[in-house]
Write a protein that binds this ligand. Structure first.
Ligand SMILES: *Cc1c(COP(=O)(O)O)cnc(C)c1O
Length: 218
């Protein structure tokens, strides 16, 4: 099957209320445009440089989510055209986003990334530290926290990822129940090509899909 057929089939299969973000790392603008033609509405970018180049070509037919590890010195560039940053995991990076968005008179919607596997080499804040970080971010006027994102550890059997999705959902519900001013727990971004069904079962309403749309990465 081609990219267009893949996107159409995926969108048909997706439960109502779940948003597809196409993870486009290593894909060409031509490949991405095929997906857009088939109804794709949101693109997920891992690299600031890449994202800017692709956005120049693809334009505002779609929304752009940043889903990669964000470096402080790249914030200035991406806040100009990115519609949501899914990977905020420190006060330091939030501070920079707030500062750069203030200069643009823009409020950036963000998700806080949870390191649900507690893997020291991975990005994200540990589940037990999320609440404190989100409370601090809530004071930034040019950022709005609207949910959580997690990768979870990579497993051959996606069923093994379930407990990490469950734990992230618990953090999501807990923070929601606190009714922190300026915080709206609306989106839970979990699940990739091999794990999205399980992620949706456990409450994801954003899934980030690469391989299943575009084929295996080289
Ligand atoms: C690449 C990537 C995905 C999608 O991975 P696939 O296995 O190709 O579906 C999802 N989320 C992030 C953050 C990624 O970098």
């Amino acid at each position: 099957m081609g990219i267009k057929e893949n996107v159409k089939a995926f969108l048909d299969e997706l439960p109502k209320g779940v948003l597809l973000v196409a993870a486009t790392k290593s894909r060409t603008p031509e490949e991405i445009l095929q997906a857009v033609d088939a109804g794709l509405q949101v693109i997920g970018e891992n690299y600031a440089q890449d994202a800017e180049k692709k956005a120049d070509i693809i334009g505002d037919k779609v929304k752009y989510h940043f889903i990669g590890h964000l470096q402080r010195n790249k914030v200035k560039k991406i806040v100009e055209f990115i519609d949501m940053i899914e990977t905020v995991d420190s006060l330091r990076i939030a501070e920079e986003i707030d500062k750069r968005c203030a200069l643009l008179n823009k409020v950036m919607p963000i998700l806080v990334e949870i390191n649900s596997g507690r893997e020291t080499q991975k990005a994200g804040v540990f589940p037990e530290d999320a609440e404190e970080l989100i409370k601090k971010i809530s004071y930034f006027p040019n950022i709005k926290v609207i949910g959580l994102m997690t990768m979870g550890p990579m497993f051959g059997d996606p069923e093994d990822a379930r407990s990490f999705f469950v734990e992230t959902k618990k953090v999501f519900e807990r923070i929601k129940s606190l009714h922190i001013p300026n915080i709206e727990m609306k989106y839970l971004s979990m699940g990739m090509s091999n794990s999205y069904i399980i992620a949706i079962e456990e409450g994801a309403n954003i899934v980030r899909i690469g391989t299943r749309i575009f084929g295996a990465r080289k």
